[in-house]
Design a protein around this ligand. Structure first.
Ligand code: HEM
Length: 91
């Protein structure tokens, strides 16, 4: 089974794939799969993501981590990297 999350961290596809770069172009990723089963909801998902981030940072423009980044706990799920909890402060 191919690991899409691992493919998205391939520096051969995108330099510095570990950086969150919303302006990355070209943005060669497989988050929505590929081929005939390419995600049917990708346009909705992109709009939702944009709206959510826009609302979050408009409401809390100074949002920052409340803990040292070494204290962030990651979920241990095969094939998927996800943060368990992300404590933040909004001064
Ligand atoms: C960030 C959000 C989303 C991600 C990362 C995502 C990711 C994916 C991926 C990787 C696949 C391919 C699975 C495979 O090849 O077996 C897929 C398929 C699919 N997605 Fe999404 N998806 C997202 C949101 C959505 C939304 C919002 C909808 C519908 C409203 C949706 C509907 C579908 C459907 C129906 C398929 C199956 C397409 C097919 O098999 O032909 N997805 N998605």
């Amino acid at each position: 089974m191919p690991m899409l999350a691992a493919a998205n961290l391939d520096p051969g596809a995108n330099p510095h794939p570990e950086r969150l770069d919303l302006t990355r172009k070209p943005n060669r990723h497989l988050a929505f799969g590929t081929g005939i089963h390419f995600c049917l909801g990708h346009q909705l998902a992109r709009i939702e993501g944009k709206c959510a981030l826009q609302a979050l940072f408009e409401r809390w423009p100074d949002l920052a981590l409340a803990v040292d980044e070494t204290q962030i706990r990651w979920r241990t799920r095969p094939g998927m990297k996800a943060i368990d909890k992300l404590p933040v402060i909004a001064p």
